[in-house]
Design a protein around this ligand. Sequence first.
Ligand code: ZN
Length: 199
Amino acid sequence: MERKIEILSNIIGIITNIVTLSPLIVFLLAGIWSYISTGNFFDVILAIPYYIWIVLLSISIFILIIKRKEKIKQSKLFIQRKILFSPDINITDQLDLHGTTEVAEINYNEAKWKIHKLNDSLYLYIRQSDPIESLLIEIPPKCLNCNTDLFQRLGFWGGYVWECKRCNKSIKSSDSFQIIGSHALAVAKSEIKDNRDKK
Ligand SMILES: [Zn+2]
């Protein structure tokens, strides 16, 4: 039964793709046919009434919009989990063992990001690394207006939209929480280092 459903959905997918590409397919087939019969690629294409093109393009755009909306809907259908991100995998491995403490906040890409530090100075001492390198960033970020966790979905024209469910603020972002979060963490580390060195 599952196999039949899979085959059926594949067939529907192929038909939808053909219909979506129909303006291009008709253009090419008419052009080739025209070239073979008259020696000119555009004779038959120009003979096709303009309303046929309007109908084909309208159906194609309609399907593209439906498909995109479905993809956006899918991008909302999972439970968003809170994570602490560090580019250093050794630091994230220590998280469960030692826990973290929130030490700073940074406003970046129209959102508020919380910065944490690992609760184990001995571990850092043994590794002999700069404590700043052990900082982590909390994902998701929070709304600048009301300090509420933001939610992420795909944007209609590409990229992402970050939404606040409390005040309805929405932020367009070219990249995901993870990518922008890693940038925000790098900026925070650099600023904290500068402030420390000034003292
Ligand atoms: Zn808000």
